[in-house]
Write a protein that binds this ligand. Sequence first.
Ligand SMILES: [Zn+2]
Ligand SMILES: [Zn+2]
Length: 275
Amino acid sequence: MYKFVDMHIHSTFSWDSEMEVDRIVEMAKENQISFIGLAEHLDFHSQHEKSYMFYNYDDCFQKIQSIKKSFPQISMGIEAGEPYLYKDAYEKYLENKKFDFILGSVHWIDDVSPVEDRYFYKYSTVEDAYKKYFEEEFKLVNYGNFDIVAHLTLVHRNGRKFESGFSYNKYKKEIDDILKIIIKKNIALEINCSGLRMAAGDFIPDEEIIKAYLNLGGNLITVGSDSHRYNQLFYGLNNAYELFNRLKIDEVVIYKERKPIKIKIKEDIKNEIKS
Ligand SMILES: [Zn+2]
Ligand SMILES: [Zn+2]
């Protein structure tokens, strides 16, 4: 039996989720999920103004404090979009706020999201579209100031329709540059399960990239369903844990007060989560 954690869940504190926190917690109990992380959207992009305006830190904080009385295995996080582009606003926003963890994401490149078809039409070749995406990811991790890099290779979630020949080796230079930086900065690598239910049909990033991360010396791995709907909650965790088993990854990280805590993924290994 695995000790499943899901560190990428969007509740109704995100503008685009339908899931109530109370119901998420009930479903975590029903599904024997050991630990959950709420990662609510915080975006500064002008086309995402709604989400920045939407997130209510005080209400979210109060809600999670009250949940913790009966279910302490929960962390309060945000998923920050392009913080490297909006440094001043981002850093000011973090002042006097207590988050358990922050995911760093690239959701927008100029005026379009790399999960949309029209992103790929902007570039003369699909390789250029992928390379531009990796350039932005590099800027994100190079800036840092967050704990977990979310869905590295998000471009491939939908991009598989255009780039069937995607592989780690094809973009090795670009990907290695990013992996080396996150290892140096102690930023965790998220294994995002959303690709399993979309065009990519795979983890984001995929197994070859996870292996490359391990080979380069990385040892902070986390996992999340990136769910916004009840039928997506915890989706793919089983597959992820089977993958971890195959790759001999025996720990995942959760975060409390912006500090990583390594959790053994098997129940028969001691070291219970300190709540
Ligand atoms: Zn995201
Ligand atoms: Zn997300």
